[in-house]
Design a protein around this ligand. Structure first.
Ligand code: ADP
Ligand code: ADP
Ligand code: ZN
Length: 213
């Protein structure tokens, strides 16, 4: 099963993708996590990606596509995956499509997690992230068991550099311009499913399970 998570930054794509990955035994592939791991390890890729991420802009398609195709070519992705944060532009979606086409495969579900912009800005200020395992928390809505520490791996939680209010606003405008058109793209392919992301995260996941079966 190949699943794509769509939605604005902070809509809850990562939170839901983690739950889907655990329940359906699929790898969770997040381009944002891959970039952040590279930034943490000070790689060339990390240095390049950071210049865009810090401004709330998208990393160029060419670089992003290369990273993503490398990742999904790995063995654990053979039986499918949950893509979180990719594709984010029509050209990215087209490359994915044509690569899958070559393999006689396709995207099974594109799940759009809908949350209005005004909720997003509030949500992002409370987001805390684990840069080691990619888990995310919210200081009010989804707090870790121990303040500042990741439940999953015990690492310290941080506020992401790009979760500052000004950067979030820019990311939202980039989302509306470049990523939102993917909703029609996948609707036209007949694989779009929409969920109400303003509900409690457990309820959102129940809705997703009903969709995936
Ligand atoms: P969020 O969880 O808020 O949606 P991500 O962790 O998915 O954010 O992405 C963080 C940043 O990484 C983005 O703002 C962008 O700069 C970069 N990025 C991640 N995925 C992509 C992509 N598919 N194309 C271009 N840039 C990306
Ligand atoms: P995305 O991957 O779409 O950027 P995240 O999954 O990181 O979004 O969620 C953004 C923030 O909102 C995090 O702090 C997360 O803990 C919190 N969050 C996720 N889902 C919900 C929800 N349904 N209700 C309230 N807060 C949520
Ligand atoms: Zn962790």
């Amino acid at each position: 099963m190949k699943i794509i998570m769509l939605g604005a930054p902070g809509a809850g794509k990562g939170t839901q993708a983690k739950m889907i990955a655990e329940t359906y035994k699929l790898p969770h592939v997040s381009t944002g996590d891959i970039f952040r791991a590279n930034i943490k390890n000070n790689t060339e890729l990390g240095k390049e990606a950071k210049t865009y991420m810090d401004k709330g802009e998208l990393v160029p398609d060419e670089l992003t596509v290369r990273i993503l195709l490398d990742r999904v070519a790995q063995d654990d992705c053979k039986n499918g995956y949950v893509l979180d944060g990719f594709p984010r532009t029509i050209p990215q979606a087209e490359v994915l499509d044509s690569e899958l086409d070559k393999l006689g495969e396709k995207v099974d579900f594109a799940i759009d997690v809908e949350v209005p912009d005004e909720n997003i800005v509030r949500r992002m200020s409370g987001r805390r992230a684990c840069l080691k395992c990619g888990a995310t928390y919210h200081i009010v809505h989804i707090p870790p068991k121990k303040e500042g520490i990741c439940d999953a791996c015990g690492s310290e939680l941080v506020q992401r550099d790009d979760d500052k209010e000004e950067t979030v606003k820019n990311r939202l405008s980039v989302y509306h311009q470049q990523t939102q058109p993917l909703i029609d793209f996948y609707d036209n392919k007949g694989v779009l499913k929409t969920v109400d992301g303003t509900k409690d995260s457990a309820e959102v996941f129940e809705d997703i399970k009903r969709i995936l079966g």
